[in-house]
Design a binder for this molecule. Structure first.
Ligand SMILES: Cc1cc2nc3c(=O)[nH]c(=O)nc-3n(C[C@H](O)[C@H](O)[C@H](O)COP(=O)(O)OP(=O)(O)OC[C@H]3O[C@@H](n4cnc5c(N)ncnc54)[C@H](O)[C@@H]3O)c2cc1C
Length: 407
């Protein structure tokens, strides 16, 4: 069992590892190169305004994230819990019912609007077939191919399955791994009641877990050093029994050049439009199906940032070629088309996370927990063998690496 552990990176993975170790009485030191903990899910300050680096959506099936948030004292009301509801500004509306699986989904399909009876039945048959096969596929094929095989590429694919895929895997459905997609569907749609619920943060992403986690670590005798980049792992090896490397996959190259895998990445853009304070969306989260913007969030309803709308564009697309002003203007136009009577925004900010996550495509290899260097372990969203790169995957990986150090 390691007695002194260094964790490199204070993202959700690194902080989950540190909390697990500190809670077991291990002396842990976290080294974070940035000024704020959180990594790819953090608070940023842009021209004097605090924003999240990207709007995040969580689901009830993120059990390890909820467990560890509770462990460090994050209150329940730090997130707004809503039943899974996919509501577009125009047309399709689906809301899962709060019933045991599969009734929640089937009941939701039965009362969904904007799809035909045949599509409802087809979707119910698709779910039954997935359940019969244990949500697994013999061969990992792209999600669109899976949908095609089950006759799900029509309106139901456009409004339900493909948006779910892009949101969960951050990879276009034409490239995304059906194996990973089905794992998410199994956990979210076939789990205990509440698994498919949407949980929207009501505090910024650093306050949601990494900062309370840092307080927990310090209160248990550990250290969290911000603005402290690790340039060379060898410098830590003398002082610590084990090192957990919890940096982003694109940051590995600098630390372990020989071991860094060569991944493909997918972007996520968040475009904030600040309207006058009286502007509100009819719902905290709304889908837009016919342009660049996929989801819009009412930050006033969520975090009290009145009049602020966050527009999210996940995965690759034409928007990557646009200048920021052009992109913000496009979002403004798409919102104005969907919601009549909107005034002009007062300002806008575009936050482009170009390497938001690794692409989740068939055949992607995940690194082993052991880095191949004695006493060095990997943690991070890209290492989870089962899950797409998400906060849940990050937390699970951190807990796993910590448990490995505990022996
Ligand atoms: C815009 C956006 C939207 C997203 N939306 C969602 C969503 O809706 N739901 C969801 O579940 N997930 C979402 N994700 C994915 C989620 O944010 C990531 O999966 C998760 O944050 C990854 O955490 P991590 O700890 O593995 O890595 P990171 O967050 O990348 O943490 C790595 C940390 O290591 C630090 N570091 C790197 N090198 C060094 C060094 N040499 N020394 C010291 N420190 C170092 C970095 O500064 C960073 O803080 C989104 C991501 C983005 C970018």
């Amino acid at each position: 069992m390691a007695h002194r552990v260094a964790v490199v990176g204070a993202g959700y993975a690194g902080m989950a590892a540190a909390v697990t170790l500190a809670g077991r009485g291990i002396r842990v030191a976290v080294f974070e190169s940035g000024p704020i903990p959180g990594g790819r899910a953090r608070r940023v300050v842009s021209q004097g305004t605090e924003l999240d680096n990207g709007q995040h959506i969580l689901i009830g099936a993120y059990t390890e994230l909820w467990r560890i948030m509770r462990a460090v004292g994050v209150p329940e009301d730090a997130v707004l819990r809503l039943p899974l509801e996919i509501r577009y500004a125009q047309g399709f509306h689906f809301r899962a019912l709060w019933l045991p699986a599969p009734l929640g989904l089937l009941g939701g399909l039965a009362i969904a609007t904007g799809i035909s009876c045949n599509e409802r039945l087809g979707a119910a048959r698709f779910m039954s077939s997935l359940r019969r096969n244990g949500f697994s596929v013999d061969q990992d094929i792209p999600v669109t191919e899976l949908l095609e095989r089950h006759g799900q590429n029509g309106r139901i694919g456009h409004f339900l399955w493909r948006p779910l895929c892009v949101s969960a895997l951050n990879t276009p459905a034409g490239q995304a791994s059906s194996r990973v997609f089905l794992r998410v569907l199994r956990d979210a749609l076939d789990g205990p009641p509440g698994s498919s619920d949407l949980l929207l943060p009501r505090v910024d992403l650093s306050r949601l877990f990494p900062e309370p986690a840092a307080e927990f670590v310090r209160a248990h005798g550990g250290e969290v050093r911000l603005g402290a980049p690790v340039r060379d792992l060898a410098s830590l090896k003398g002082e610590y029994d084990s090192v957990i490397v919890a940096v982003g996959p694109h940051q590995l190259q600098a630390l372990l050049p020989d071991l860094a895998p060569d991944y493909a990445y997918q972007p996520i853009y968040t475009i904030y439009l600040q309207y006058p304070e009286t502007v509100r969306l009819p719902f905290p989260m709304l889908g837009l199906a016919d342009g660049l913007v996929q989801w819009v969030f009412d930050r006033g309803a969520l975090t009290g940032e009145k009049g602020r709308i966050a527009c999210v564009i996940s995965a690759q697309g034409d928007h990557q070629q646009m200048q920021q002003e052009e992109l913000a203007a496009t979002c403004e136009r798409e919102l104005a088309r969907a919601l009549t009577g909107l005034p002009r925004p007062l300002w806008s900010r575009v936050i482009a996370e170009k390497r938001a996550t690794v692409a989740c495509v068939p055949g992607t290899k995940r690194p082993a927990l052991e880095a191949g260097v004695p006493g060095v372990y990997f943690a991070g969203d890209y290492t989870d063998p089962d899950y797409p790169p998400t906060l849940e995957a990050a937390v699970r990986s951190g807990v796993r690496a910590a448990q490995r150090c505990l022996g």
